[in-house]
Design a protein. Structure first.
Length: 307
């Protein structure tokens, strides 16, 4: 195990590198600032918006990397151990993170616990005779995501009570923006020709549940799950029978199977982003949770024929 000075130097170097690449970290840590390690992009943004200049946020999942498949390097493990706060999502979403947090010295926040009471979970799909595992993609419901931000602010206040008002203010400001986004989705999806979204993997249950849509997925909770040929045949028939016009793909997972389905059913494809992470081009363009979610709304309105 490296000595304390080496560990701190390694941590700060790692944070500086990730901050330059992911756009979610402060430029430098104040002498009394907090170090927050977030397991992937939505949680990093939640921490940055709640903490502002009072925190330095390290996103463990690099831009363009599929977070389900994240493997931790030694520097990542060191960052988890020495952080003031570690924010992650349970439910098996990132197994490597759930193993790594066992050694964390700071406060550990599982946002699945924090946001679970805001709205009932979405109805589960069935694949054959077995239910799909619980959907952890709660951040795609803006109301639940606001609850995550509030929980992060409360956790930061536990560590640094003197700044509790600032953390609460940051969370409330972002929460107001998320409330406005929620209204945009509710209004924009109120009157649509179709209410069925056919997606690459089952990441959109909470979004669908929030706005009275039905999600049908090609694969399960993980985009890497093996696709059942019978499932593809079933979806092809459904798309043709119900007049679905669009199969939704995503940026961090291969679109090959979704494109095959679209070709078989003679419909188009469009991107619906599960916001598990941003790609470097999006970060360079200044994209964030709000802007990408609005792109999702536009894609849904076109794909569902909304008035």
């Amino acid at each position: 195990m490296p000595d304390g000075r080496f560990a701190i130097a390694a941590l700060l170097a790692a944070i500086a590198l990730v901050g330059a690449s992911c756009g979610t970290s402060s430029d430098a840590r104040d002498g009394d600032g907090l170090v927050v390690v977030a397991s992937f992009y939505p949680l990093a943004e939640a921490a940055q918006r709640a903490g502002g200049d009072l925190v330095t946020v390290q996103n463990l999942t690099p831009p363009g990397v599929e977070p389900h498949d994240l493997e931790l390097a030694p520097d990542d493990l060191e960052a988890i151990v020495t952080a003031d706060v570690v924010v992650y999502i349970g439910g098996g979403f990132q197994p490597a993170i759930q193993e790594g947090i066992a050694d964390a010295d700071g406060i550990v926040l599982d946002v699945l616990d924090a946001a679970g009471s805001l709205r009932p979970p979405p109805p589960g799909e069935q694949e054959g005779e077995e239910a799909v595992p619980a959907d952890p993609h709660i951040w795609l419901d803006p109301t639940r995501y606001a609850g995550i931000v509030e929980a992060v602010a409360g956790t930061l206040a536990q560590v640094q009570p003197a700044q509790a008002a600032a953390f609460r203010s940051g969370a409330e400001a972002f929460g107001s923006e998320l409330s406005a986004l929620d209204r945009e989705f509710a209004d924009g999806l109120a009157t649509c020709r179709s209410r069925t979204i056919v997606v690459n993997h089952a990441a959109f249950g909470y979004l669908a549940g929030a706005y009275d849509l039905e999600q049908l997925s090609i694969s399960g909770i993980s985009p890497a799950a093996e696709v059942d040929p019978a499932r593809l045949a079933e979806l092809t028939s459904l798309v043709e029978r119900e007049g679905v016009t669009t199969i939704f793909t995503e940026e961090l997972a291969s679109p090959e199977v979704a494109e095959t389905l679209a070709e078989e059913a003679r419909v188009q494809t469009a991107v619906l982003n599960p916001l598990e992470g941003l790609i470097p081009e999006q970060l360079d363009a200044g994209e964030d949770y709000l802007s990408v979610m609005r792109q999702n709304l536009d894609a849904l309105r076109r794909g569902l024929g909304c008035a």
